[in-house]
Design a protein around this ligand. Sequence first.
Ligand code: ADP
Length: 492
Amino acid sequence: MATAPTIRPPSVRQTRNLVNGEWCESHTGKSFDAINPATGESIAAVCDSDHHDIDSAVSAARRALEVGPWSRMSARDRGKLMFTLAELIEANAEELAGLEVLNNGKPVSEVMAADVPLVIETIRYYAGWADKLTGETIPVDDKMGQFLCYTRREPVGVCGQIIPWNFPMLMTAWKWGPALACGNTLVLKPAEQTPLTALRLGELASEAGFPPGVINIVNGFGETAGDALVKHADVDKIAFTGEYKTAQIIMANAAPTLKRLTFELGGKSPNVVFADADIEQAVNGAMTGIFFNQGEVCCAGSRLFVERGAHDDFVDAFKDRAQKRKLGDPFSPETEQGAQVSQEQFERIMGYINTGKQEGARCVTGGERFGDKGFFVKPTIFTGVKNDMRIAQEEIFGPVVTVLPFEDTTQVVEQANETMFGLAAAVWTRDISKALNFANTVRAGTVWVNCYNTFDPAAPFGGYKFSGHGRENGREALNAYSEVKTVWMNLD
Ligand code: ADP
């Protein structure tokens, strides 16, 4: 990875809600603290909203959708606004990166190499789609030539978007891109832990010229602001990224209003290494797979399966690399791993590490806190793991990986699929048949062959089973943000 530029913690410019193009305090005047995970100290007080604030934002979004300039704007002009937003993000990249590091705890090297470029590319990719969303003429069974039948692609309407704290800026881009390209209006509820970059993106969207009410941002907690968005009768769709247990609550709460729902949820992704693989490359992949973003990645390769013949050598090399990983100040350009996002998340990870030890797994490295302030956890590897242990089945969302040996392809595919999740999977081998058989039979939304964590806004992403509904990114996401209208015209 190229050395990251020196970026200092920027000052926080915005902590309020964006409603109808205005920055406003919440209805109650209450606030909560955004915390710096590297120190545990407060960065800023962010306004705490409830159903009144959601109500105002949804009304603004509805007006913008139906009567505002957005409703009359050509698709090409919508795309131009999005291109302008991408340019502004690029121009303010270092400030945005600094805010993300400050509020999330991730290292600046990763933010500049992954988050920031992907955010810009996502907005640009969908800007390009805005004027390319076409309907079709349908060849209906019409012997007399009486009918013209065609389809139109229209926005779903007002979209509620609820995002998590692991990639606050990128999740905002994944949600805004397809929604805006399709002509929707939106209300974003950032995660309460990490609101700061979404708010700055909101400022940049206003600067780009998005009309009032098209993009609204309401800060607050899931049980209050999030819940109100999900239950609101005038919201047409909820796009949610987070835990499957929250998705279950959202699904139940959205049922009375029969909202459209898309979910991108958790994972326990198998990362499978055959003995014939390039082992050095596979070790690199295992490192990226589990330790990227402190393991706070829904598609983290948290279950590593290594073919018996290569197991011991692989574990030695992997352990060596994990022990050399540089933890520390997320603003230092050399840092490879920063802090977990919150005290709560830190405790949850440490709880799982203790569970693993109690279940009889062997912790070969890590297993403890790093330093004495902030929420840092050392890269942790467990061997001697059985597939039914809690640490091998439950999503930990931290830098903790379980390693299991396997005997052959049939066994490893069965074990890989023995999970409630199905977000991603990876396989390392030089044998193309093994790779393709695995790719075809594993039940996961993304399969990586001899690579891990490669992303592109054009490539669909989403899960099977408890990992989600629908797909984000690519052309697929446009389907989730548009309705198809069929028009029959009698030509007689
Ligand atoms: P985590 O527990 O890792 O924070 P969550 O799934 O709880 O993951 O959070 C993801 C997002 O969902 C956050 O923005 C959070 O505020 C929101 N959220 C949590 N609970 C609810 C809920 N009951 N209704 C709507 N949104 C919620």
